[in-house]
Design a protein around this ligand. Structure first.
Ligand SMILES: *Cc1c(COP(=O)(O)O)cnc(C)c1O
Length: 377
């Protein structure tokens, strides 16, 4: 059986976790958390990166820091994971869904401006499959309309747009280190903050609304409750697991990209005859091989192909049920304009196994089976 995902494991994780245990430091913000934060800051150039318990909670923090509240509107794609939306729903805001592009499955930047009203406060682009959205256009719209940009870069660690790290372009960026992502700590994420003046409040929100971070650095002599907040910092043991992977980020990235390129090459003949569509990577984007997906004719063919692959021992999966068609989506938001590609993409897209260590033989086996499926039709 070829799994859809295998959590990344490098080998040093156990040593680092033992180090944290032996140092009697297993709660948050110890040495490994600091090393992970620094790694992200060095890699992306943001003023501050803070590890969190999930990308979902990083998004929650970004929504709080943006002071999104009841009556405000947030523009986002409907083709995304629920967390992009929940962060704003929790603050009482209204969701305004915009259609995606048929090439990258990212929010269509050309449709954003038409969805802006005098209530719009935030644009939340999602970098699907670790391939950057058209960020120059999005940042320009945000600037002209005085909006904030919160990037859901859950899938975008190590990816760039015009040489800039995803997650470091908007006002806030959110990474995921869930076990299904390229670099993992089981459950976890990070908030990336561009503007230095927002860092103090972010640290306070992350530490239950207290100025404990300043206290630990010796900047205040006692700590107190100063703002709203919750506990958004992950355990040192999780950070230790992650740091082992960040140290080897290039190796993991190259391994995934090799598999991605093998898929692309082996499936090109099927794309050339029009049986399937392959992912498109715009010239300005360097991606991280987070995902390899194909798009087939329609939902029937997708269902049959997934079942066929399963019989051959290959797990291929699909997503996202468009948020605007889910019960909570229609309650908390509306779709602006026409749904040309969101539902269509959901119905046609199939994700193939992709993980660190997948290997050439597995990719070849999977591609052979896909070719067999089409040869028999
Ligand atoms: C995985 C993912 C999330 C959620 O990440 P968690 O770390 O599990 O909270 C949010 N948005 C997108 C686009 C994702 O792929």
């Amino acid at each position: 059986m070829i799994s859809f995902n295998v959590p990344p494991y490098i080998g040093k994780e156990q040593d680092y976790i033992m180090e944290a245990i032996r140092a009697h430091k297993i709660c948050g913000d110890g040495e490994f958390t600091r090393k992970c934060n620094k790694w992200i800051e060095d890699k992306t150039g943001v003023s501050k990166a803070l590890l969190t318990t999930a990308c979902s909670t990083a998004l929650d923090m970004a929504a709080m820091l943006s002071e999104v509240g009841p009556g405000d509107e947030v523009i986002l794609p409907s083709f995304t994971f629920v967390s992009t939306a929940n962060a704003f729903v929790l603050r009482g805001a209204k969701l305004v869904f915009v259609d995606i592009r048929p090439d990258t499955q990212n929010i269509d930047e050309k449709l954003i401006e038409d969805a802006i009203t005098d209530k719009t406060k935030v644009i939340a682009p999602v970098h699907y499959a670790g391939v950057g959205c058209e960020m120059d256009t999005i940042m320009d719209i945000a600037k002209r309309h005085d909006l904030l940009v919160i990037e859901d870069a859950a899938q975008g660690v190590m990816s760039t747009y015009k040489g800039r790290a995803l997650g470091a372009i908007g006002d806030y960026g959110c990474y995921s280190f869930h076990e299904t992502k390229n670099y993992s700590m089981g459950e976890g994420g990070a908030l990336l903050i561009k503007d230095q003046s927002k860092v103090d409040r972010a640290e306070i929100i992350r530490e239950k609304g207290t100025d404990r971070s300043k206290f630990l650095r010796g900047q205040v002599d006692k700590y107190t409750w100063v703002d709203m907040g919750s506990s958004y910092l992950p355990s040192e043991m999780n950070a230790a697991y992650l740091y082992a992977q960040l140290e080897e980020a290039d190796r993991i990235n190259e391994d995934r990209k090799a598999s991605w390129n093998e898929y692309y090459e082996m499936l090109t003949p099927l794309a050339d005859t029009g049986r399937i569509e392959l992912p498109v990577i715009p010239e300005e984007c360097e991606h991280n091989a987070h995902m390899f997906y194909i798009k087939v004719k329609d939902i029937e063919e997708r269902t049959e192909l997934a079942a066929f692959l399963k019989r051959k021992g290959i797990l291929a999966v699909f997503h996202y049920v468009p948020l605007h068609s889910a019960p909570a989506g229609s309650k908390f938001g509306r779709f602006h304009g026409e749904d040309r590609y969101t539902t269509n993409t959901f119905e046609r897209l199939l994700r193939l196994p992709m993980f660190y260590g997948l290997g050439y033989d597995n990719v070849e086996f999977i591609c052979d089976k896909i070719k067999q499926f089409y040869a028999e039709r």
